[in-house]
Design a protein around this ligand. Structure first.
Ligand code: GTQ
Length: 373
């Protein structure tokens, strides 16, 4: 190897590499170890955002920005520190493939409808009375609901309640950006007028339990909103069963037409970590963005301890070792969004158990989250 190294560093090779640059040509012999490293090396780093910071910044944003003034949504996204060099705007990358944000809408506000090639999903964290109009269907949102807005569908939001409402958005912006597949269009009417009965698809499908017999082959998931009451019932129904050793009691949102994930490129599930639960550690090629819906505990990611409590968000980059611990006497409930469907479609999905130390990582340090001063 020493010989090979000195060959790559030799003046002859270096000069040649520089010489071909002017023709916009590149030397594979030097590039290959950086391009085809032995295992995933995501630019994304593990990170955690505290709810107190998000709440404060969203509150401040209400003083600066209104949908009326800006013609857009009041969303603040999670910029992974590993992507500062992506231009523009770090591609709003929370992981290599996914964008996530928190969005706040005030009573009476309307966020105009638009459509884009990016797929979107939402997890409702605070409040009630707001709605999303997706493809002509007005869908009311309540805490714990999960909504999908597959790419290409018109969507806009409004709020009929009397308190601010907040939710999490997850989109595949970085994937669509790198594939140069971005199309975006504003709706000619501002907020689209509903053309279907309210909550149409969830009611027709009973949340995925049955379907109208006329609906045998829909292409995209025909359920726009997955209601918390049904998700919670599913979690409770599993409470007598052995939890998954890595993720606790976890149920994934699916497209009842074909059993695939609810959104074609992004996966989402709810996982309950019973009181005192300590998962085993593993790693997988997909990345994940977590929201702490209830409870408190910590996750160990690549040996670093990330303490979390209700309202926090954290990132597990691709191929990072991780395990989750519920430190309290109450159940913890985590919402997990991930790029598993993308990895599966590209035949990249792999998973590995942590074998050392009885399956638990050794903790090397504790993460200090950035707090408001
Ligand atoms: O609410 O429609 O955070 O289109 C990013 C893009 C939210 C939305 C985001 C969007 C939306």
């Amino acid at each position: 190897m020493a010989e090979a190294n000195s060959f790559f560093q030799s003046k002859e090779v270096q000069d040649f590499n520089r010489e071909i640059e002017q023709y916009h040509l590149g030397p594979l012999w030097n590039a290959i170890p950086d391009l085809m490293h032995k295992q995933p090396k995501p630019e994304a780093v593990p990170y955690l955002w505290k709810w107190e910071v998000l709440e404060k910044k969203l509150q401040e944003a209400t003083q600066i920005f209104t949908p009326e003034r800006g013609g857009e949504r009041r969303a603040i996204y999670f910029q992974n520190p590993g992507f500062q060099s992506r231009q523009p705007w770090g591609w709003a990358s929370t992981t290599n493939t996914l964008y996530a944000a928190v969005q706040l809408i005030l009573p009476g506000e309307e966020a105009p409808s638009h459509r884009h090639t990016q797929n979107a999903m939402r997890f409702i964290t605070n409040g009630s009375g707001a709605y999303s109009i997706v493809d002509g269907q007005k869908i009311y949102m309540e805490e714990g609901d999960y909504l999908i807005t597959p790419g290409g569908l018109w969507h806009g939001h409004g709020h009929e309640g009397d308190k601010p409402m907040i939710w999490m958005d997850i989109l595949d912006i970085p994937i669509i950006y790198s594939a140069a597949g971005t199309f975006f269009e504003g709706h000619p009417d501002g907020l689209e007028k509903p053309s279907l009965p309210n909550n149409y698809s969830s009611r027709r499908y009973m949340g995925g339990h049955v379907r109208p017999i006329s609906d045998r082959t829909p292409q995209i998931a025909p359920v726009g909103s997955y209601k918390w009451a049904q998700t919670e019932a599913a979690l409770n129904g599993l409470s007598d069963f052995e939890p998954d050793p890595y993720d606790g009691i976890a149920v994934e949102y699916l497209n009842p037409s074909n059993g695939a994930t609810a959104n074609p490129t992004m996966g989402a599930w709810i996982q309950k970590l019973p009181a005192g639960f300590h998962s085993k550690a593993h790693r997988h090629t997909n990345s994940a963005i977590y929201h702490v819906y209830a409870g408190e505990g910590y996750s160990v990611i690549n040996g670093v301890q990330y303490y979390w409590s209700k309202g926090d968000y954290f990132v597990i980059p691709n191929w990072a070792w991780h395990e989750h611990v519920n430190t309290s006497v109450e159940d913890a409930i985590l919402f997990c969004s991930n790029d598993l469907p993308i990895m599966e479609k590209l035949n990249l999905q792999r998973e590995e158990a942590y074998e050392k130390n009885k399956g638990y990582q050794e903790i090397t340090s504790e993460f200090s989250p950035k707090l408001v001063r």
